[in-house]
Design a binder for this molecule. Structure first.
Ligand SMILES: [Zn+2]
Length: 162
C-alpha cells in the first residue's frame, strides 16, 4: 500500500470515528438536551421535573422514624441510613429521569452512534423505556450529573449523611 493511500485511509477512519476525547469535549459543551438549564441550575435533559424539598423532608422523616421504631436504630444511625435510603430512592425517581427526545442520538452529547462508539441502552424507572447513550465518557457524565442532582436536592432539604 502506498504511503498516500495509507494516509487517506487513516484520515477517513478519523473522520468516521471521532476520538473519545473529542466526544468528551462535545459532551461538556453539548447543545442537545443535556445543555438546557432548569431553575435548579442543572441540565433539564428536556422534560425532567424536580421534587419539592418538603416532600423530600417528609420522606426522610418517615424513613428515619421507621428505622428507629421498627428496627430499633439509634437516632444518629437511623439518620444516616435514612439519607442513604432516600438517596437510592431519588436516583430511581421517575421525575428525575430525563426524557430522551431522539433515541438515535446520545442523551449526553447528542451525537449518533458509529462503529467505534455504539449507543448502549440503560434502564429507566419508566416502564418499557430505555435511555440511549455512548459508553465512556458520556455514561460517566450522565451518572455524575444525576448524582449531583440528587446530592443538591438532599442538601437543599438539609439532609446529609452523618
Ligand atoms: Zn455521547
Amino acid at each position: 500500500m502506498s504511503e498516500w493511500l495509507a494516509r487517506a485511509r487513516q484520515q477517513r477512519l478519523l473522520e468516521e470515528n471521532p476520538a473519545p476525547k473529542e466526544c468528551a469535549k462535545t459532551a461538556k459543551t453539548a447543545k442537545t438536551p443535556f445543555g438546557s438549564l432548569s431553575e435548579d441550575g442543572f441540565g433539564s435533559f428536556g422534560t425532567t421535573s424536580s421534587i419539592p424539598l418538603e416532600e423530600i423532608r417528609d420522606r426522610f422523616d418517615w424513613t428515619a422514624l421507621r428505622l428507629r421504631e421498627e428496627h430499633g436504630l439509634a437516632p444518629a444511625l437511623a439518620h444516616g441510613r435514612a439519607v442513604a435510603v432516600l438517596r437510592s430512592e431519588l436516583h430511581n425517581d421517575p421525575r428525575l429521569v430525563p426524557v430522551q427526545q431522539d433515541p438515535r442520538t446520545c442523551l449526553v452529547c447528542g451525537r449518533p452512534a458509529n462503529l467505534a462508539r455504539i449507543l448502549a441502552a440503560i434502564l429507566s424507572p419508566h416502564p418499557d423505556e430505555r435511555l440511549w447513550l455512548h459508553l465512556e465518557p458520556c455514561h460517566a457524565e450522565y451518572l455524575q450529573h444525576q448524582a449531583t442532582r440528587v446530592d443538591t436536592l438532599l442538601a437543599g432539604a438539609g439532609l446529609e449523611e452523618m
